[in-house]
Design a protein around this ligand. Structure first.
Ligand SMILES: [Zn+2]
Length: 339
């Protein structure tokens, strides 16, 4: 069985598009290879709840100003929910919080990581990435390009929201009299909020479950031994086991779809296969994370994609180390992995 996409038309630019009772889809542009993000507007008793906020750049602010003026039927924003810390989700939350005088809701784990990343100076950020990615085999020009921009996160999350309300596993939110259960995704982000409305089997999945691309699993320099592959796969299986197959999934990228179990099974299989391929390469001869890139990605990578790809390569190697399938050794300051 493949995925079923009930909506083939995209929301018109700058307009909301109804996908379920009281649930509207907004599509914002992104200046990356991944060129858009889906945000969600939920009707509340006397206003609107926003789920995810767009990249913190002038273009997003201009779109929000127009949407707030024209698409909310004159009603206020009552809450702003941020699924996870990535700047295309969190970026405009601080501006919206101030502009709309509405509270921001997120998980403690996402808030802590975002604050930690934001607090680093340009120089600290460059040094952390240089040291970390250099120790995994990224060298020369590419290392300078990937590490050389300083704290790019802070430049597209401006300002950070203040005093968020924390929610987590087992909590639920009441919106327009209906309960939305919180399910937690891990691996792509530390404590990613997914929102599920049981009444009509609707899941706002953020980046945890995407229909056509696999979410980036990146090891960050601040937690170099992390194993996001297992965290991602385990949290996906928990979501699959908790929610029905015919759930309508509202993802942050791509089209809304049905076929949640099918998609999760495919993502789990994808990572199993990647682990097998990486281990096989390391059986040939020891590889570092940079050597592994052509094994995992057979396409050209721009600078941003190179950083994600390095993070993903390290993630799979860390997983194999933890499973005892490869051994890590330091060769002249660069980690190599042998099977
Ligand atoms: Zn993300």
């Amino acid at each position: 069985m493949s995925l079923h996409y009930p909506f083939t038309d995209l929301p018109p630019a700058g307009q909301r598009f109804k996908v379920a009772d009281g649930v509207y889809w907004l599509r914002f542009p992104l200046p990356f290879a991944l060129d858009h993000i889906n945000l969600w507007l939920l009707e509340d008793n006397h206003g609107w709840v926003i789920v995810d906020t767009g990249l913190g750049v002038r273009r997003s602010r201009d779109i929000w100003q127009q949407l707030l003026a024209e698409q909310l039927d004159g009603k206020p924003v009552t809450r702003i929910i941020v699924t996870h810390y990535h700047p295309d989700h969190l970026g405009m939350a601080g501006w919206l919080q101030q502009h709309c005088q509405a509270p921001v809701i997120m998980s403690r784990g996402e808030w802590q990581l975002a604050s930690h990343i934001c607090d680093a100076s340009d120089e600290q950020t460059i040094q952390r990435f240089k040291h970390f990615l250099g120790s995994h085999g990224l060298q020369g020009d590419n290392l300078d390009k990937v590490a050389g921009k300083g704290n790019g996160f802070r430049r597209v999350v401006m300002p950070m929201p203040t005093d968020p309300q924390f929610v987590g596993a087992g909590d639920s939110l009441t919106i327009n009299g209906q309960h939305w259960q919180i399910h937690i995704g891990r691996g792509h982000a530390p404590e990613h909020l997914c929102l599920y409305r049981n009444d009509d089997r609707l899941l706002i999945s953020g980046d945890q479950v995407l229909p056509t691309i696999s979410s980036n699993l990146m090891v960050r320099p601040t937690e170099p031994e992390a194993n996001p592959v297992v965290a991602f796969v385990d949290s996906l299986k928990a979501i699959r086991d908790a929610l029905p197959q015919d759930t309508l999934v509202l993802p942050a990228h791509g089209l809304p779809f049905r076929g949640l179990h099918h998609r999760i099974n495919a993502l789990v299989a994808h990572h199993d296969q990647q682990l097998d391929q990486v281990q096989a390469a390391c059986r040939h001869h020891p590889h570092n994370a940079h050597d592994i890139l052509p094994v995992m990605f057979n396409r050209e990578l721009d600078v941003q994609q190179l950083m994600f790809a390095m993070g993903e390569s390290i993630a799979h190697l860390n997983c194999l180390v933890e499973q005892g399938r490869v051994q890590r050794e330091d060769r002249d300051g660069i980690w190599h992995f042998a099977a």
